[in-house]
Design a protein around this ligand. Structure first.
Ligand SMILES: Cc1cc2nc3c(=O)[nH]c(=O)nc-3n(C[C@H](O)[C@H](O)[C@H](O)COP(=O)(O)OP(=O)(O)OC[C@H]3O[C@@H](n4cnc5c(N)ncnc54)[C@H](O)[C@@H]3O)c2cc1C
Length: 474
């Protein structure tokens, strides 16, 4: 008979969302048993194992990102400033660490001119270690290299999941009172047959001003991120055979994808080619095959950066093991965040009293796009994500907090940033602690209590005043 373990809160996925959920649940309910499973060998998901070592500028709220920053400062984290903007001739942006910029300056994107924008660059492995230390100190049990494989349900309850260790050990069951899906692509919710979305929604579905007339499987592009290191001499890296293949060279000849280059605190560079592969193309083939193509394209593109854009004093160092997936399956929950919410902003969007996380990143799709009309571009003010975006309609003890939460394709392109996902996770963690304490369903947790614990009302008030947003009419 299969071995079964019991817990109070089971979190699937330890990326930005999963970390936020675990730390808040554990701190808000110290006696609770909280278990986190992740298929990779460290925490942080896309932001560490995927190499996205960059918190793009954005309103952060009063979240645990401050603690992470403090743990890594000053040697393993820094605030970056753009020193080269992408152009047709030189399609790359370059962000270097600027010792004169404060962390606070990275916490806004909306209504800033490009030279004023600041971001945060960190060492991914040290970030993952800090996350691990914080969760361990809070009493969270973490099981690495363990994949969620299956789910068992009864009516409106998730009963247990099957956990599959990736070291060959036999699978086992985990029974839990509450389940938090932070797996990025909402694997648990999908396996439990929650209503899901993939790709662009047609205009008729949510009346989004920029949505195309028809649905399509187009999702945001993927990027295989890699690291390069300074070299004493000018030169180029040897091109691997796979990168010389005619189809890879033909891909490069057809395109000039831009690269986003960010400096690590030790002077190495992180290179993120936007995109390495169209999202629909990536999702149409098995992961290992898509990853091999993405890596060959990345080497071919890097050669161009060395020969044409002046990166010949850097050499390839390492490839990140997780392909950077910006978008895949998304939950269709109790509320779907849409373009209208993003455009309306804090003062005019519906469900203002239900907002549990904030964002102000522009509409941002990489690769193929069919959105119509004027690009949304930079936002004039932040907007909020309502609690109902985390709740599936089908279950009472399941909540989702990752890039796969209930957003339209257009809204997801704006709100997917790492610190925003951490904030969603924090809300899911607080909701879990409150639900557990009172023995109620996620839907019956008082949203006002979640907001109070996260200090959202006070933070919104302060932002509206300090940023002069009250009289803003869009
Ligand atoms: C290439 C790229 C560049 C980006 N650039 C930026 C940027 O500059 N700044 C920024 O702020 N944001 C950026 N983003 C967006 C941001 O990084 C992601 O949206 C965010 O990190 C997603 O966090 P998450 O917690 O939703 O998912 P993830 O970080 O992907 O975490 C999901 C976790 O679930 C685990 N998991 C998945 N399936 C299972 C399973 N079956 N069993 C167990 N565990 C599982 C994974 O191992 C992973 O750890 C970028 C994204 C990409 C892809």
């Amino acid at each position: 008979m299969r071995h079964t373990i019991e817990t109070d809160v089971l979190i699937i996925g330890g990326g930005s969302g999963g970390f936020g959920a675990a730390i808040r649940a554990a701190r808000a309910h110290p006696g609770a048993r909280i278990l986190l499973l992740d298929s990779m060998g460290q925490l942080g998901g896309t932001s560490t194992v995927g190499g996205v070592n960059n918190w793009e500028p954005g309103i952060g709220g009063l979240g645990v990102h401050y603690e992470l920053y403090a743990r890594l400062a000053p040697d393993a984290i820094g605030v970056g400033k753009t020193v080269h903007f992408s152009s047709k001739e030189e399609p790359y942006g370059f962000s270097r660490i600027d010792p004169h910029s404060s962390y606070e300056s990275s916490l806004r994107r909306s209504a800033l001119s490009k030279p004023d924008v600041r971001r945060v660059h960190f060492e991914p492995d040290i970030m993952a270690q800090a996350m691990h230390a914080m969760l361990s100190e809070a009493g969270v049990e973490i099981r690495y290299r363990t994949r969620f494989a299956d789910v068992s349900v009864q009516g409106r309850q998730i009963v247990s999941v099957t956990a599959q260790p990736l070291d060959g050990a036999p699978p086992y069951a985990v029974r839990s009172k509450l389940f938090v899906d932070c797996s990025g692509g909402c694997h648990l919710a999908r396996a439990a047959e929650c209503t899901m979305a993939f790709g662009e929604e047609p205009h008729d579905l949510y009346q989004e001003p920029s949505a195309p007339d028809n649905a399509s499987p187009i999702v945001n592009g993927i990027s295989q991120v890699f690291r390069v290191t300074p070299a004493a001499e000018a030169g180029v890296d040897e091109l691997p055979a796979a990168a010389s293949a005619p189809e890879i060279q033909a891909w490069l000849a057809m395109r000039t994808p831009a690269a986003h280059v960010t400096e690590y605190p030790n002077g190495d560079l992180c290179v993120n080619v936007l995109p390495t592969m169209e999202g629909a193309e990536f999702h149409s083939m098995p992961y290992p095959q898509a990853q091999a193509i993405a890596q060959a394209r990345m080497h071919a593109h890097w050669r161009r950066m060395q020969t044409d854009y002046g990166f010949d004093r850097y050499r390839f160092k390492s490839m990140f093991p997780l392909v950077g997936i910006r978008e895949s399956h998304r939950l269709v929950g109790r509320y779907v965040l849409r373009e209208q919410d993003v455009r309306a902003g804090l003062l005019q969007q519906p469900r203002q009293g239900e907002i549990i996380a904030l964002a102000d990143h522009p509409l941002d799709t990489h690769g193929e796009r069919r959105v119509k009309g004027p690009k949304l571009n930079e936002l004039a003010q932040p907007y909020g994500i309502p609690y109902a975006c985390l709740l599936p309609t089908e279950y009472d003890n399941l909540i989702a907090a990752s890039r796969g939460a209930s957003f339209s394709h257009i809204a997801a392109s704006s709100c997917r940033l790492s610190r925003t996902m951490m904030a969603l996770g924090e809300a899911a963690g607080v909701a879990s602690a409150l639900a557990l304490r009172s023995g109620v369903a996620y839907t019956d947790v008082a949203i006002a209590d979640i907001r109070e614990r996260l200090e959202i009302p006070a933070f919104v008030e302060k932002t509206l005043s300090n940023w002069g947003l009250r009289n803003l009419i869009i």
